[in-house]
Write a protein that binds this ligand. Structure first.
Ligand code: GLY
Length: 321
């Protein structure tokens, strides 16, 4: 068994912070990166006010919540994933379970749900009243004001390294709000939404799946770290290179945000938007929420202020009018 002198965990968005806090205790007492990741993702999935992940996630254009999730173990290279799954309580647990299967480790839709129910996973109505209200509001805006129906794709992605040297990553999302039934983004796709290699590190992405997939960003970040880049260099250069290529060849680039960590517990984050937040804790770094902004081609981040945190909580719980 490899041993490591350090631990660390990093996640996309502020919504993962409570899970990062809980994971800190786990990793300090030598629990596995796998447990830390799964338990932290579950906390986000279970919180009804996070409208882009799990219970309370926003529905597709037919008002149905379809969820995607994945788990990768960077030592064994095991990957499990689910896509377009309906009414299963914790998609991340299903992804973790599927990662133990030699065959059929990436399942979608009805087949995934039937397998989950046959294997003891909890059935739960994942559409909340609040998500239904968001849906009705978006339908009105789309029809009355001609606004784009597509917004909101804040995937939770969490990478962790533990004291044994194992590195894992997990993702979970309800995907693009108002997506077509059956649409799947980057989050359950190995290499795009996530990647982990315990010899190097792990990375995960959030943003517009259709564009993140074009660059296999998570694999690319891990590859660059493996070639000697720091996590920050790897994250930033990957986002910048993909954005430039998309603009040149495709005419536009959607939101691209990433976080990563290496086996030494050094971390990086990069984005092409303002107000991307991430949550991180390592053996050398207390649990912290950072807010990113872009200056030129550089991602700068600062600790979230109490005002920012208050405004965030007020925003996610505000009545829907
Ligand atoms: N990044 C999540 C999605 O596009 O579905």
């Amino acid at each position: 068994m490899m041993m490591n002198s350090t631990w660390g965990i990093i996640a996309t968005w502020r919504m993962a912070f409570d899970g990062i806090n809980a994971a800190t205790t786990r990793l300090q007492r030598e629990e596995s990166a796998e447990t830390a990741v799964i338990e932290a993702v579950k906390m986000v999935e279970d919180y009804p006010f996070y409208k882009s992940v799990g219970y309370g996630g926003l529905p597709n254009e037919e008002g149905v919540v379809e969820l995607d999730a994945a788990f990768m173990h960077g030592t064994t290279m095991a990957v499990g994933a689910v896509a377009s799954i309906q009414d299963i309580a914790n998609p991340i647990m299903l992804a973790q379970r599927l990662s133990q299967e030699r065959f059929n480790s990436f399942m979608v839709g009805e087949g995934a749900k039937a397998w989950a129910l046959a294997n003891g996973f909890e059935q739960k109505t994942m559409l909340t009243e609040r998500a239904q209200q968001h849906y009705e509001k978006k339908c009105r805006e789309t029809i009355d004001q001609g606004l784009s129906p597509y917004s909101g794709h804040d995937t939770v992605g969490i990478c962790a390294v533990d004291l044994k040297g194992d590195i894992c990553v997990g993702t979970s999302t309800s995907g693009l709000f108002m997506k077509r039934p059956g649409r799947v983004g980057d989050s359950p796709l190995s290499g795009s939404g996530f990647y982990a290699d315990s010899d190097v590190g792990a990375a995960t992405a959030t943003g517009l799946g259709e564009d993140l997939m074009k660059g296999c960003v998570s694999y690319e970040i891990v590859r660059r770290m493996g070639e000697g880049m720091s996590p920050q260099q790897a994250a930033e250069s990957t986002v910048n290179d993909l954005e430039a290529k998309l603009i040149k060849r495709y005419g536009r680039a959607g939101d691209l945000s990433v976080v990563c960590i290496n086996k030494s517990g050094d971390f990086g984050a990069a984005t092409n938007i303002d107000n991307f937040s991430f949550s991180v804790a390592t053996a050398k770094h207390e649990p912290t929420i950072y807010i990113c902004r872009r200056e030129g081609k550089q991602t700068k981040y600062e600790v979230a202020s109490p005002e920012w945190l208050d405004a965030y909580q007020a925003r996610i719980t505000a009545p829907i009018v």
